[in-house]
Design a protein around this ligand. Structure first.
Ligand SMILES: C[S@@+](CC[C@H](N)C(=O)[O-])C[C@H]1O[C@@H](n2cnc3c(N)ncnc32)[C@H](O)[C@@H]1O
Length: 369
């Protein structure tokens, strides 16, 4: 049995918990931005393939209450690094410290590195460089309330890096957040789904992957594939199982549009990469055009809120409020940090909760019928 943990953005822990439970594992603990479970090494493939809302899957190598750097050093030295990390594979040490005596991130990193180097007597070329993350294995030292966990990354690139994203512009929404929004919205697949500010299409592509039950990690590589202690047959089995679970014979009414023709073109390219070119209807359209047609189903969208996008935000949000008044049966899920949104919409009918888009604090406004 190993202790596993998935990291995620704040406030989506319950969704990650559900993902772990859907893979038939029992969650042992949930903390702010961390969800834990226990299982053998077959668990890595499943969650790396299937987690839509998580950031990375880690193996917990050690944990202990620590109050000084000597204790950190000893904790790291107690780990059998030669077993867990392939010989001469460079590693990088990242650290998080919350409400703890050991505050300095650079010091935590350098003490940790020293302790690992003392154990790993392999060549000294095996020097760790934070900026070369692609080929390195990440060790995460996570200290909260003086409780330290040493975590080994099994994912490599963060899980939100899906295979289909060809370009990213300013203000894209993270794929894991887009998937979280769709799951929170409880969009019923037989009803229409609309994103009238689709940009590169992240929300609707994620919705489509969810509806078709396509594992978001199917088309990528993971660090754990290089671990000698990992039984590779588990990954092969998990991929075969994931392929067999894809729903191929259903049609969905997914509409997405954006005023910016270039963005619509990028969305089209992402759609082709995401294998959904046959089913998707993307248009270049001003959100105002929806004022003339009745809308039903669910809207999940990330309307513009950056002044530098050079659009009249007030005008756009007034259109949203008109659409809202004219389509009383629509489920609304809008994520924005637009500061005047509360004034424009009638808040009695709406609920709001905090979420992070990248490092930016946003609000998710929801109105469910
Ligand atoms: C914050 S972005 C959406 C990001 C998107 N969810 C993603 O990451 O893939 C907002 C989008 O609204 C579009 N937009 C701005 N004004 C618009 C309007 N009047 N009608 C429709 N789309 C508009 C912009 O072109 C931009 O693509």
């Amino acid at each position: 049995m190993y202790n596993w943990v998935i990291t995620c953005i704040a406030w989506v822990e319950s969704l990650v918990k559900k993902e772990i439970e859907m893979a038939w594992y029992k969650v042992t603990e949930t903390e702010d931005r961390l969800v834990f479970w226990q299982w053998d090494d077959s668990a890595i493939a499943k969650l790396n393939l299937w987690s839509r809302c998580g950031n990375k899957v880690y193996l917990e190598l050690a944990k202990k209450r620590i109050t000084n750097f000597d204790m950190l050093f000893d904790l790291i030295k107690s780990i059998d690094w030669k077993h867990y990390v392939p010989e001469n594979n460079p590693i990088t040490v990242n650290a998080v410290s919350v409400k703890s005596g050991l505050e300095s991130i650079p010091s935590i990193q350098s003490v940790s590195k020293k302790a690992i180097v003392e154990i790993k007597t392999w060549s000294r070329n095996w020097i760790m460089k934070e900026e070369q993350k692609l080929t390195e294995i990440e060790i995460l030292v996570f200290i909260k309330d003086d409780f330290c966990r040493i975590l080994l990354d099994t994912s490599w690139n963060a899980l939100h890096k899906r295979w289909y994203r060809s370009e990213s512009w300013e203000a894209p929404i993270k794929e894991s957040l887009a998937a979280s929004l769709v799951l929170l919205s409880s969009w019923r697949f037989w009803e229409p789904l609309l994103d009238p500010f689709c940009w590169s299409g992240t929300i609707v592509i994620e919705a489509w992957l969810i509806a078709r039950n396509i594992a978001p990690g199917l088309n990528r590589s993971f660090t754990f594939e290089n671990f000698s202690w990992y039984n590779k047959k588990y990954l092969e089995q998990a991929k075969i199982e994931a392929q067999s679970k894809i729903i191929r014979d259903k049609q969905y009414t997914i509409t997405w549009s954006d005023i910016d023709e270039n963005m619509v073109e990028i969305a089209r390219r992402n759609v082709i990469k995401a294998w959904l070119k046959d089913t998707i209807k993307i248009e270049t359209k001003d959100v105002k055009e929806y004022l003339d047609v009745p809308l039903t189903g669910t809207i999940v969208s990330n309307p513009p809120y950056w002044i530098r996008l050079r659009v009249d935000l007030n005008d756009i949000y007034k259109t949203i409020s008109l659409l809202f008044l004219r389509n009383k049966t629509l489920n609304w899920w809008l994520i924005t940090s637009y500061f005047d949104f509360d004034k424009i919409i009638k808040m009695d009918d709406w609920k709001k909760r905090k979420l992070y888009n990248w490092n930016e604090m946003c609000y998710l406004y929801k109105k469910k019928v």
